[in-house]
Design a protein. Structure first.
Ligand SMILES: *Cc1c(COP(=O)(O)O)cnc(C)c1O
Length: 351
């Protein structure tokens, strides 16, 4: 039988998102790195002010209100900002604009699986280079490939480590293609690569409101780069990729940096506590600058622990992949949620 699809689509696996039980399901959800705290009250208040006109009319194609809010919060020019329906949308636009066939997509492994998925859809060839010991960035290997697009998630998922800005600077200076620094978790980190956007016209830094700003359901993310790089991306993005409500709610959230930072501080304190308690149970815990921990259980297999926790109402993330199949990625929840996790691990496995 002939396929409906192009050969690359027929043969690819497709991205598998983390499980999303219905809101209200009595489950502790530590599998997709959502923020355990609600969005900014200022952002929620915007919803009360909306009337039907906001829905009847098309939204601003460039989400200029939101670009202005980003400009003020991050001290970058508003015309250096491209807004997406989640940062995944911006990543997708970059692959569609810059990748194809031998215009390859490179990234260190392990990292965010969507980079591969987007390349497979295009299709563009992928180059996967393993991280070194202790997650050293393989700079020379990535430079040698000089791909059309090089993706670096920093902080990285699922490892949680930050790539030092100086390593990224060296990489940017030697690549002629685009260097995408995906900072989805930057709100929980000590370092940002944002200054590189000033220094290099081939660098784009990607941010999201899904993690730090507790707005994963809203779907809002953005990229910061010099106008020459954004010019091509604007040709590719959907005309109305940001809905009117997301633009307004997101702008209010972006203007409330104090609230976002206060929640991030709470998460960081809980992260240290959870890491300590897991270590006391014998887990290996990698240093994290994100709102999750990559951990390796002291005994028993990670998949069994994942399944047992799930039965008991706690979802964590398990990746059946080389190098990760003996580990779990656990989102940092509230202290109360983290305590329940520790208690269950102790009760069921006696760690
Ligand atoms: C969560 C995540 C994203 C996706 O963010 P959205 O803005 O919700 O699309 C992008 N990159 C990484 C590394 C992530 O973990």
């Amino acid at each position: 039988m002939t396929s409906f699809f192009r050969p690359n689509i027929e043969s690819m696996a497709g991205y598998v998102p983390g499980e999303q039980p219905k809101p209200g399901t009595p489950i502790i959800k530590l599998n997709t790195n959502e923020n355990p705290y609600p969005p900014s009250p200022a952002a929620m208040a915007v919803l009360q002010t909306l009337d039907s006109e906001w829905l009847r009319r098309y939204p601003d194609p460039y989400a200029n209100e939101f670009r202005q809010a980003v400009s003020e919060a991050l001290n970058v020019p508003a015309n250096w900002v491209i807004v997406g329906n989640g940062s995944d949308d911006v990543l997708n636009v970059i692959v569609r604009a810059c990748g194809e066939g031998d215009r390859r997509v490179a990234y260190p492994m392990p990292t965010y699986v969507l980079y591969r998925t987007l390349a497979e859809i295009q299709p563009a060839k992928t180059v996967e280079i393993p991280y070194g010991e202790d997650f050293q960035l393989p700079i020379a290997e990535l430079v040698a490939e000089n791909a059309a697009i090089t993706f670096i998630a920093s902080p990285n998922s699922p490892s949680g480590h930050v790539v030092p800005t100086n390593d990224l600077r060296q990489l940017a200076a030697q690549l002629s293609g685009v260097l995408v620094v995906d900072e989805a978790y930057v709100d929980f980190a000590d370092e940002t690569a944002l200054p590189l956007v000033q220094e290099f016209e081939n660098v784009i830094v990607i941010r999201t409101l899904s993690k730090g700003y507790s707005l994963a359901g809203l779907r809002l993310g953005f990229g910061v780069a010099q106008p020459r790089l954004l010019e091509g991306l604007f040709k590719v993005k959907d005309s109305y990729n940001i809905d009117a409500i997301a633009c307004l709610v997101g702008s209010a959230a972006m203007r409330d940096q104090a609230y976002k930072n206060a929640c991030a501080e709470k998460v960081k304190v809980s992260r240290a506590q959870l890491a300590l308690e897991l270590k006391q149970l014998g887990f290996r815990v990698w240093d994290s600058q994100t709102n999750f921990l990559l951990v390796q259980p002291p005994m028993g297999d990670a998949e069994t622990i994942y399944l047992t926790l799930k039965e008991q109402g706690i979802l964590v993330r398990y990746f059946k992949q080389p190098g990760l199949s003996d580990k779990l990625r656990i989102t940092v929840g509230t202290d109360e949620q983290n305590q329940k996790l520790i208690q269950l691990l102790f009760a069921h496995f006696g760690f």
